[in-house]
Design a protein around this ligand. Structure first.
Ligand code: NAD
Length: 432
């Protein structure tokens, strides 16, 4: 049960609320009874008529974990392993993340248990529209605001918002279209999306990593391995490449590539688009040649002797069976929950600096929030303005976390959770 596992990771920070801030122990325990459960769990079975006339049924979820700080917000993923426990956990992480970055938002997550590669484009569109029909009543700018996640993107968000507006019209909802458009974020730019949203999670990872590197006085070039070369992994790779990190290994679900000299992620992406996978894309200076690198498995990429290991794929990739093979000194959690509770404890004992997901990947939801503000005000900010605001949010969170980590000798995860829980607890106290 990864939900229970994640609560275990939070336990120490919950207790620290009493020790560090002097909150009443009984009040914290009462708060915990409420906070440790998701507020609402929606599960439905969605019917899809395929283009060949067959009917297929899919399990779909929306979990609204907590809305003390504002409307629920979180992505929707299309993935074969989606299940209630996973969606609950991801929703909890969204609650923590939004609080950490000080956004007026709660946490939610959605999922469809599906291998999206088995659907045609039209079927994918119909499935996405059907998801909105199932959950229309619980979604909206003041209720719950979905966004992209694994295997969902701006095209899917555009279908979803289009369906949402259509249903709103059928129901004679008399609200301005620009306001209703804030019901989904991660839309395409022409359809009310924000400049920079596509790259935002990667950009946020770069901002946070640079801060850590500066605090630790590390000297570049630093060797980096990245597991996961999708939206997050690729964009982060691009920003790190511009900042002179050496990208020695990259991978996607079909395997990875390694070169001691480092790769140019832009060339690798061009090659991946042509071949449909990253394996074999040993590109340097415009030439892709097998002499420039070698294949590496997704297991081995985790075990490389690098300065920084980036986890940008899926959950639970570092666990009790492989944690002792990890050699990286810093791990940047761009994926949600990529390290199990047990493995996290061991990494901590070994002195590995783990930059936790709720900080490292918070750039995405922060720019989603900025997208909502632009929709409300019917405005469009340029990318530089968006990134400037993003940087402010993330640096405020980072500095708050780093100060408390130093002052109380905590690890980064404990410090992140402590700041995040404090804000939610204080709001809860005002409410009861
Ligand atoms: P994506 O679908 O664009 O990319 C996922 C990447 O991971 C792909 O390259 C895929 O091939 C690879 N992958 C899948 N299974 C793998 C496996 N078993 N081993 C190695 N690689 C594997 O998704 P994304 O949006 O880049 O999301 C990646 C992670 O970041 C997810 O955990 C997601 O929850 C998290 N995240 C995403 C955002 C966002 O804005 N997109 C924000 C916060 C967190």
């Amino acid at each position: 049960m990864i939900y229970e596992d994640t609560l275990k990771k939070l336990e120490k920070s919950k207790n620290l609320l009493v020790e560090v801030f002097g909150f009443d122990k009984n009040e914290i325990e009462n708060f915990w009874k409420v906070f440790s459960l998701p507020q609402r769990i929606f599960k439905a079975y969605l019917t899809l008529k395929k283009e060949n006339g067959e009917i297929e049924i899919f399990e779909v979820y929306r979990v609204q974990h907590n809305n003390f700080l504002g409307p629920y917000k979180g992505g929707i993923r299309y993935f074969p392993e989606v299940n209630e426990d996973e969606v609950k956990t991801l929703a909890l992480l969204m609650t923590l993340k939004n609080s950490l970055v000080n956004l007026s938002l709660g946490g939610a997550k959605g999922g469809v248990k599906i291998d999206h590669k088995n659907l045609t484009e039209k079927e994918l569109e119909n499935l996405s529209r059907e998801y909105v029909r199932k959950f229309y009543d619980i979604v909206g700018p003041d209720k719950d605001i979905p966004a992209p996640d694994i295997n969902t993107n701006s095209k899917i968000m555009d279908w979803m918002i289009d369906e949402y507006l259509k249903i709103s019209k059928e129901k004679n909802i008399n609200l301005p279209e620009n306001y209703l458009k804030a019901s989904f974020t991660g839309k395409s730019i022409d359809n009310g999306g924000s400049e920079g949203r596509e790259e935002a999670t990667g950009k946020g990872g770069e901002i946070i990593l640079e801060e850590v590197v500066n605090k630790l006085n590390l000297e570049k070039p630093l060797k980096v391995a990245i597991q996961g070369f999708g939206n997050v992994g690729f964009n982060l790779a691009k920003f790190l490449y511009e900042k002179d990190y050496t990208l020695v290994a990259l991978s996607d679900s079909k395997g990875g590539i390694y070169s001691g000299e480092g790769f140019d992620p832009n060339l690798i992406m061009e090659c991946k688009k042509e071949k449909g996978m990253i394996a074999g894309c040993y590109c340097r200076g415009g030439v892709c040649d097998s002499r420039f690198g070698k294949d590496i498995t997704n297991e081995k990429i985790l075990e490389l002797d690098v300065d920084i290991l980036v986890l940008a794929a899926i959950e639970n990739v570092i666990h009790k069976d492989n944690v002792n093979n990890i050699k990286a000194k810093i791990i940047l959690e761009m994926a949600n929950n990529p390290i199990t509770f047990e493995a996290d404890e061991i990494l901590n004992e070994k002195g590995v600096l783990v930059i936790p997901d709720i900080l490292a990947n918070s750039g995405g939801v922060t720019v989603s929030y900025l997208e909502m503000l632009q929709n409300f005000e019917n405005k469009k900010w340029i990318k530089e303005e968006v990134f400037e605001k993003l940087k402010n949010y993330l640096l405020n969170a980072f500095n708050e976390v780093w100060d408390i980590k130093e002052k109380y000798n905590l690890n980064l995860r404990e410090a992140n959770y402590l700041i995040s829980l404090k804000r939610i607890f204080e709001k809860w106290k005002e409410m009861i």
